[in-house]
Ligand binder design. Structure first.
Ligand code: TYM
Length: 354
């Protein structure tokens, strides 16, 4: 442990740890990702890429949300393996576990305790209006009630750490608005307890669409033709891009009436840091075939060093577990006192002195 702070190593060289308050004034970022399959380029371009950038100037906390991944049917052996794989993927992408706190949600029981307390301040109607619940539950009465409570657990994840900002893709906006409402309601009932977090959603990359249907979000649950994952081989990437749907006509432009090209150009632009207008100019009069070949190679080239690092990390799963255990300790240094404060203001703590 460096100094008195879970973030001691971020602010100052190891020899001179900063006192917690000095560090705590920097913006705190929290975000989560489900271990429900290999990380996709949608996750990367919409969220993870920014986590990597922000960890240098902000206190960053990143959580592998395995409890959220239990809300739909799953295989327990797969869940454990995917949790470790996802941790390796995040580190391979550049999350530095010395700088950011990287941990697994179920290892910090304060998340579930706070979920119950927040559920008493969350309206049934609010949860019923969540589009993700409507999409995934599809009105089926036999759907697990965990899916209904999913946004309450997410709110608990975020506010447990006095989070200022939540870097996510566009699909999470509604959940963060609910988090803000619940935190504000809690504060007005029990007194100022939680920081009200802001959603941090970038214009570019906020909504990467499916390769097989540019009207739908790219998603791990969409089937392999839908997404490119970090575990995909170069040949799989070439095949998937080659099969990606295109628009009618042959123009390579990012217009709203060309949703497939708009999506592919967006991915190309983000992976190569090239403005879309420059790509449009480069591909005037060029066929879809050549464009797709170039795009596939650009993705493969960017992913190659990440995939090489990933292979190294996956060779030593014990080291991944050690990194995650260390993340748990640092997360609990923040979560445990916060939860004690919540227990006191809500009247469920028996400790004297409040
Ligand atoms: P999840 O696991 O679906 O996705 C993780 C992050 O990736 C972003 N993302 C995308 N961005 C752009 N285009 C896409 N096609 C795309 N697909 C995914 C997501 O917006 C997200 O930022 N409920 C969350 C996990 C969560 C969480 C939290 C997030 C649990 N607790 C607390 C933030 C804070 C989810 O299912 O993300």
């Amino acid at each position: 442990m460096v100094g008195a702070s879970a973030f001691g190593s971020i602010a100052e060289p190891r020899t001179q740890p900063a006192p917690f308050e000095a560090v705590a004034r920097r913006k705190r970022v929290f975000s989560g990702i489900q271990p429900s399959g290999s990380m996709t380029i949608g996750n990367y371009l919409g969220a993870v890429r920014r986590w990597v950038r922000q960890q240098h100037e902000r206190q960053s906390i990143h959580c592998i949300v395995n409890l959220h991944a239990m809300t739909l049917p799953y295989d327990p052996i797969d869940l454990r393996r995917r949790t470790l794989d996802l941790a390796a993927e995040l580190i391979a992408c550049g999350i530095d576990p010395e700088k950011a706190i990287l941990f697994v949600q179920s290892e910090v029981p304060e998340h579930t305790e706070l979920t119950w307390i927040l559920s008493t301040q969350t309206m049934f109607g609010e949860l019923g209006r969540m589009t993700q619940f409507k999409d995934k539950g599809r009105g089926d009465e036999r759907v697990g009630s965990g899916l209904f409570f999913y946004p309450v657990l997410m709110a608990a994840d975020i506010i447990l750490y006095d989070t200022d900002s939540v870097p996510v893709g566009e699909d999470q906006r509604q959940h963060i608005e609910l988090t803000r409402d619940v935190a504000q309601r809690f504060n007005s009932v029990f007194g100022e307890t939680f920081v009200i977090p802001e959603a941090d959603i970038e214009k570019e990359g906020a909504r990467i669409m499916a390769l097989d249907d540019p009207t739908k979000k790219m998603s791990k649950s969409g089937g392999p033709a839908n997404y490119i994952a970090f575990m995909d081989s170069p040949d799989e990437i070439r095949r998937k891009i080659n099969r990606a749907v295109t628009d009618s006509g042959s123009e390579i432009v990012a217009r709203d009436d060309k949703p497939a090209m708009k999506n592919l150009l967006g991915i190309y632009s983000l992976f190569t840091d090239t403005p879309i207008s420059e790509l449009e100019a480069r591909y005037v009069g060029v066929g879809y075939g050549q464009f797709k070949r170039d795009l596939a190679e650009a993705i493969i080239e960017q992913m190659a060093p990440i995939q090489a690092r990933l292979a190294e990390l996956q060779a030593d799963p014990d080291e991944i577990v050690r990194i995650l255990n260390r993340g748990t300790e640092r997360a609990r240094e923040i979560a445990t006192p916060k939860m004690e404060q919540v227990r006191q203001v809500t009247g469920i703590s028996l400790k004297a002195g409040w």
